[in-house]
Every structure is written in C-alpha cells, then in structure tokens.
Ligand binder design. Structure first.
Ligand code: ATP
Ligand code: MG
Length: 218
C-alpha cells in the first residue's frame, strides 16, 4: 500500500504488529474486524525483528515468520505484510516503525495501531510511548483471558494521554504459544491458522519436539 493517500483523499491504515510466531486466526480475525469497524483501507502486518519484550525466548527465524505472514494474508486484498522491522538491525521498537510509516505516508493517511487487550497496557513500557500516541490512534481489541476492566482503563489513563478505542471482536482463545505447544506435542494446527501456514510449518519442521511425529495437514 505504498501509494495509499497519494491522491490526497483521506485514508486509514491499520498497523498490526506482533511476533507472529506463528500467525494464527486470532491475529487475522481481529485485524479484519478492526478494519471493518474503523473503515480502514488496509492493514499492514509487521512482524518484529528482535522483539523488545521477548528476549527471554528463542524466537523463530524472522524469514520464517515473515513467510508465514505473507502466506496468511495473501487471500485478503486489504492485508499486506511489511518487513520494515525485520530489515532493521537490532532490537525492535514500535516507535521507530510508527515514525517510519508516518514519514512515508502523506498527512491525509491516518494511522491506527491495532493491539490485543493484553498488549495495550505494556504501551507504557514501550520506548517513547507518548511519541507513538501522538502519531497514531490505538485500537485495543478484546482477547479472552484479558478483561478490559475499569481498573485496567484507569491504569492506562494514569500512564499517559492515549487515544484508545476498545473493540469487541470474536473471542478466539488461541495464541502462538498454544500453537507452538501443539506442534511440539505432535498435534495438528488445522483450523487454528491457515492451511498454507500449516503446510509451511510442516515442511520446515518448525516447532517440532524431539521425537514427535510430524502432524498431518491433509
Ligand atoms: P505469543 O503466545 O507468542 O505471545 P500471541 O498469540 O500473543 O503469541 P503475538 O504475536 O504476541 O501473538 O501478538 C500480536 C498481537 O496480536 C498482540 O497485540 C496480541 O495482543 C494480539 N493477539 C494475538 N492473539 C490474539 C487473540 N486470540 N485475540 C485478540 N488479540 C490477539
Ligand atoms: Mg503475545
């Protein structure tokens, strides 16, 4: 969506950041529902390079996570993937990404940062979160297991002046951790992510535990 907004008309771009290790239907469904609810022209999925908050765990090769994202979004013409963060050396900070996108698009393109309810509170921990907030609006989608209570909202408000819109999306109690665990244990990922992503994981032998039988994709 390089030329989004080039005609001068107002446009809206959603930014969906994540580790996507691997991407799953929870990510896809919340991006689609945010797109519909906020009239976004497009949503760009941006897999992190070295995530700032997941340095404790070995994250799958960026090239694999990127490839899986590309396979997953292919059928949706409103979705795209950017390797912006992966191509940047060093630890990933969301503020750098948002600044790069803001610099790339004309002012008539409004940016929306889409995150799950579990991630929104950690905004405060993000480097230069106030700068992000001044460049984008936030869409916080509901996520099973992470209740958006009044206390939650109050805590967020106490951390800064964030323009957050809460969006109720179809509850899908799934996570990348859960998918990795399933493959590790020899179980299938069918219907939890897209079939091309299942095939990719199978062919590349990702997440497989020692001695576990490869899961069947068909
Ligand atoms: P992990 O278990 O490795 O943390 P994850 O499923 O949380 O993986 P991430 O890549 O960490 O996936 O998440 C990217 C973004 O998608 C985050 O903002 C997260 O809150 C959101 N998200 C992930 N899964 C869901 C879900 N099932 N429902 C709503 N939001 C989700
Ligand atoms: Mg997560």
């Amino acid at each position: 969506f390089d030329d989004l907004g080039a005609d001068g008309a107002p446009a809206r771009l959603g930014i969906m950041g994540g580790t996507f290790d691997p991407i799953h239907i929870g990510h896809l469904a919340c991006a689609e529902q945010a797109r519909e609810a906020f009239g976004l022209d497009a949503v760009v999925f941006i897999p992190t390079g070295i995530p700032a908050f997941k340095r404790d765990r070995a994250v799958t090769d960026a090239a694999d996570r990127l490839a899986m994202c590309r396979l997953a979004v292919l059928p949706n013409r409103h979705f795209d993937v950017s390797s912006l963060e992966i191509d940047r050396p060093g630890v990933t900070y969301a503020v750098d990404t948002v600044r790069a996108l803001r610099a790339h698009y004309p002012a008539n393109v409004e940016l929306f940062f889409i995150t799950g309810a579990d991630s929104i509170l950690s905004i405060a921990r993000w480097r230069e979160s106030a700068a992000i907030a001044s460049l984008t609006r936030f869409i916080a989608v509901t996520r099973p297991g992470y209740a958006v209570t009044d206390a939650f909202k109050a805590e967020l408000a106490s951390l800064g002046d964030y323009d957050v819109s809460y969006l109720e999306v179809t509850a899908l109690a799934i996570s990348s951790s859960m998918l990795r665990q399933r493959v590790h244990d020899g179980f299938s990922l069918r219907y939890l992510t897209t079939l091309p992503v299942c095939d990719y994981i199978y062919r590349r032998g990702l997440y497989r535990g020692p001695g576990a039988a490869p899961f069947a994709t068909a």
